[in-house]
Design a protein around this ligand. Sequence first.
Ligand code: PKZ
Length: 139
Amino acid sequence: MGIVKVSRLVKSEDLNHHGTLFAGRGAEWFVEACFICGAKITGKPENIVCVNIHGLTFKTPGNKGDIINLETRLAKVGRTSFMVYGKMTRNNSQDILSDGFITFVFVDENTKTIPHGIVLDEPIDDEDIQIRKRAENLN
Ligand SMILES: CCCCCCCCCCCCCCCC(=O)SCCNC(=O)CCNC(=O)[C@H](O)C(C)(C)COP(=O)(O)OP(=O)(O)OC[C@H]1O[C@@H](n2cnc3c(N)ncnc32)[C@H](O)[C@@H]1OP(=O)(O)O
């Protein structure tokens, strides 16, 4: 499956009272990006619900005019649940502004959990290995 990338531009309406990227907006972009990753993996966006946002951490502020790059990838799979890792960087830098994990659950039209059938491929790089270790240590 690999990495799913989306970008957003920080605009005036995305700022907080400090004039930096509002955490709520960053969290919204984070959830949306991880959801897109899950939707692409399963091909069934209508069956995915979010149950847990794990340790979303803001390490560095974003500023007006920054292009925020969100990179997401599958980190762990269960029977009906799967976990996506997401990280935010800005512009052409690799420094992480924010990162975290989201657990999604696959459900039917009555919100009953159902198996998703997703298989975790071999890690694609060293970062994948580290992310999967972090995912295993979350609850
Ligand atoms: C037509 C196209 C539409 C497109 C659309 C576009 C929309 C573009 C907007 C984009 C934005 C994003 C969209 C996000 C999608 C939402 O916004 S979803 C809305 C927010 N979420 C919810 O409302 C979910 C509410 N929760 C629930 O209904 C129930 O918790 C659930 C999901 C049915 C699960 O019920 P449950 O009794 O906990 O189930 P249970 O069998 O115990 O556990 C199921 C699995 O979940 C795991 N689990 C349960 N709780 C947790 C937890 N707290 N932490 C971790 N794992 C857990 C279990 O370990 C188990 O895993 P497996 O071993 O099966 O892998």
